[in-house]
Design a protein around this ligand. Structure first.
Ligand code: AMP
Ligand code: MG
Length: 322
């Protein structure tokens, strides 16, 4: 840990566990260090990174103002999987905010992340520790496979508890707006604030709910995506899934099903995830990594039900197909 903290202070990259996914960390106050994050990930400069801090006092030094909503949410959810977007102070280099005048901040709850933040004694900018558009890592092995030769150190804290990225909430305006859904749902946040919480309209595309299986266009706008093509499906579509598996003997089909859900025969591998949002999120990226690493050319994903508690999971699955 002492070595990891020294590397951060020297401007180098350290991958570390958080409760959501593994982060690719650099000193958030050092623009050259943050530039190394973008270079290692191949991340475009327009995509800002989240800054991790050990306590609220540190968060406040990075912001120009601290709205009442920030106090309430921080008190209820930190340390935890919630990121607040706030007006940034001059302490935050432009490269961290992608040139914008806001900064995204969170206090992670993973003991190794907190220990690193306290030892390094600087805020740590950290996006997910994967190459741009690839699947986010939930184990140190995932990080090593994707970025092993591009980081100075990987701290191994075992598999991530939550498994999908934090809920990002913009509290700079007159109403709180979820920019990215996560395990903390709109319902939960709305309950905590005692008011409605908006969902940025394109954060989720509910129109796909009843869509027939669709082949992904495989274009460059995909995020959190495996290399394979992805189909979204429902138990009603099982005959069509079965036909697709039978029809093409050259395809290596992986199926990601929900416990008690679709069961096709003849797939290269079928993995089942729990029928609860928490359990599903915890296993999602590891399952996608497994199917991808086994060379699946097509991954069929049974889409979980709609509803606020599934928003985070559905968002990541939908992004895997765009
Ligand atoms: P990642 O670090 O890979 O989990 O992605 C970070 C995400 O946080 C970005 O893609 C944005 O959606 C969001 N984000 C980070 N900073 C800001 C900001 N200043 N304003 C709005 N969203 C932000
Ligand atoms: Mg990411």
């Amino acid at each position: 840990m002492a070595q990891a903290a020294a590397l951060i202070r020297r401007g180098e990259l350290v991958a570390f566990p958080t409760e959501t996914v593994y982060g690719l960390g650099a000193n958030a106050l050092d623009p050259d260090a943050v530039a190394r994050i973008y270079a290692a990930k191949g991340r475009p400069a327009w995509n800002p990174v989240i800054v991790h801090v050990a306590d609220v006092a540190a968060a406040k030094t990075l912001t120009r103002s601290w709205p009442e909503r920030a106090s309430r949410l921080a008190e209820a959810c930190w340390p935890g999987p919630l990121t607040l977007v706030l007006p940034k102070s001059d302490a935050i280099p432009d490269i961290v905010s992608a040139g914008g005048d806001t900064v995204a901040i969170r206090i992670p709850s993973h003991p190794a992340a907190l220990s690193l933040l306290r030892s390094a004694d600087v805020p740590i900018a950290a996006p997910s520790a994967n190459r741009f558009t690839q699947i986010s890592p939930t184990t140190a092995q995932h990080v090593a496979m994707g970025l092993g030769d591009r980081v100075s150190m990987i701290l191994d804290g075992g598999p991530c508890e939550i498994g999908i990225e934090s809920t990002v909430v913009d509290v700079t305006g007159n109403e709180a707006v979820i920019l990215r859904p996560g395990q903390l749902s709109a319902d939960t946040l709305s309950h905590l604030l005692g008011e409605r919480v908006l969902m940025r309209s394109h954060a989720l595309d509910h129109t796909l709910e009843h869509a027939a299986p669709q082949r992904s266009p495989g274009n460059a706008t995909r995020h959190y995506a495996p290399r394979a093509d992805v189909w979204l499906t429902s138990p009603d579509d099982l005959p069509e899934v079965q036909r697709a598996i039978n029809a093409d003997s050259t395809a290596r089909v992986g199926v990601l099903a929900i416990d008690g859900g679709i069961d096709a025969t003849g797939a290269h591998r079928t993995l089942h995830l729990p029928a609860t949002p928490g359990g599903y999120a915890r296993g999602l990226y590891a399952a996608l990594h497994t199917l991808d690493n086994e060379g699946c050319t097509l991954i069929v994903i049974q889409l979980p039900p709609a509803g606020a508690s599934w928003d985070g999971v559905r968002d990541r699955i939908l992004r895997a197909t765009r």
